[in-house]
Design a protein around this ligand. Structure first.
Ligand code: SF4
Length: 352
């Protein structure tokens, strides 16, 4: 009976790992540099595109290796501002989403690190989906390659803020960052990459120690432990006080300001006492605050607390921001991008 060799997925391999692969198939190491360049810089989707690789080697690669990890299932573009949502299939048929957000001076890709998410934040559609699996480093990186190949402006910034908690898929997230960091990779430098976390304190410290100097965004949403636990159950395991210590550590190591993400929820976190606590917090950690209008979860038929959440009005968000500014806090009010295609913050849940 014929035995099938499992093909090696090449996307997601660092340059050193790619060299090891070529040695394992009795080919010289320099081939790794060529293939690395084709995969990550030219965004080749087939071995036949690799013109400076001999035909016989391309055939050998097709026999022993896999190039692609994702397929574009469908796309949707917002008529409001050109935000484009991509629905991808993994090779085993799981679905994930990424969003490209064009603005005047930059184009940001929001990518996913897990299929679904185990953390169940009450304001987030992905949390309502549950969790299926971690993405591989290749599946994470391929979102960048495929969205860039199918978007008419260069992507300038990347946020790991789509489906999933990046620090619960730590090794694969790190590996994808190492590929961005690799000297040979063109396009995005780590200074333009932001990892967003719901607060996995020990992993924040590990990320700080990794030497990968990315920006860090922390999903804060309340400075009060009981309220934060109510809307973000992970706070029971890693309370805010522990995360604040980890964030201070991250700042000390990397000297980049922390961004606090703050979804505005009527009556829960938009009160005077919330302003006071935010002022205190930002005095302890060099940081800025992004105030995010809460986007409807109605496309998910939410139940429990998720169904009771009410957005703070736009006027009240502006007043809240101005009160914070009066205490010299740096605040941005985030625009809602792509709500018409369920691509706005917290809305990603495979609903096309
Ligand atoms: S906000 Fe982030 S961490 Fe929380 S459920 Fe959604 S995807 Fe997961």
């Amino acid at each position: 009976m014929e035995t099938k060799t499992k093909k090696m997925p090449l996307k997601g391999l660092t340059l050193d790992e790619l060299k090891d692969f070529f040695v394992s198939i009795d080919e010289p190491k320099f081939r790794a540099t060529q293939v690395f360049n084709w995969m990550y810089n030219h965004k080749a989707v087939s071995f036949d595109e690799m013109l400076n690789v001999s035909k016989s080697l391309r055939e050998k690669l097709a026999e022993f290796a896999l190039l692609n990890t994702l397929e574009i299932h469908s796309t949707k573009t917002s008529s409001q501002n050109g935000t484009k949502k991509f629905l991808f299939s993994t090779l085993e048929g799981n679905k994930i989403e990424s969003v490209v957000i064009p603005e005047l001076k930059r184009v940001t890709l929001c990518l996913s690190t897990q299929v679904g998410c185990p953390l169940d934040c009450k304001f987030c559609a992905t949390g309502l989906m549950g969790y299926k699996k971690n993405l591989t480093a290749g599946e994470i990186f391929d979102q960048y390659l495929l969205t860039q190949k199918n978007f008419d402006r260069p992507i300038t910034n990347i946020v790991y803020m789509g489906m999933g908690e990046p620090l619960l898929n730590f090794q694969n997230t790190l590996k994808s960052l190492e590929i961005f960091k690799e000297e040979m990779t063109k396009g995005i430098s780590l200074k333009k990459v932001t990892i967003s976390t719901a607060g996995i304190a020990p992993k924040i410290k590990e990320l700080a120690d990794s030497g990968l100097k990315v920006r860090l965004a922390f999903s804060l949403h309340s400075c009060f432990e009981p309220i934060r636990s109510k809307i973000m159950p992970i706070n029971e395991k890693y309370p805010l006080r522990e995360n604040i210590e980890a964030l201070k550590y991250y700042y000390e190591k990397n000297k980049t300001r922390i961004t606090f993400e703050y979804v505005m929820l009527k009556g829960l976190n938009d009160r005077e006492e919330d302003i006071n606590m935010l002022v205190k917090l930002t005095k302890r950690i060099p940081s800025k605050i992004n105030l995010i209008p809460f986007n409807s979860l109605q496309h998910m038929n939410p139940i429990g607390l998720s169904s009771e959440l009410i957005p703070t009005t736009r006027k009240k968000i502006e007043d809240f921001a101005n009160r914070l500014r009066s205490f010299n806090v740096t605040v941005m009010v985030r625009d809602t991008q792509g709500e018409d295609i369920n691509a706005a913050c917290g809305q990603l849940a495979i609903k096309f």
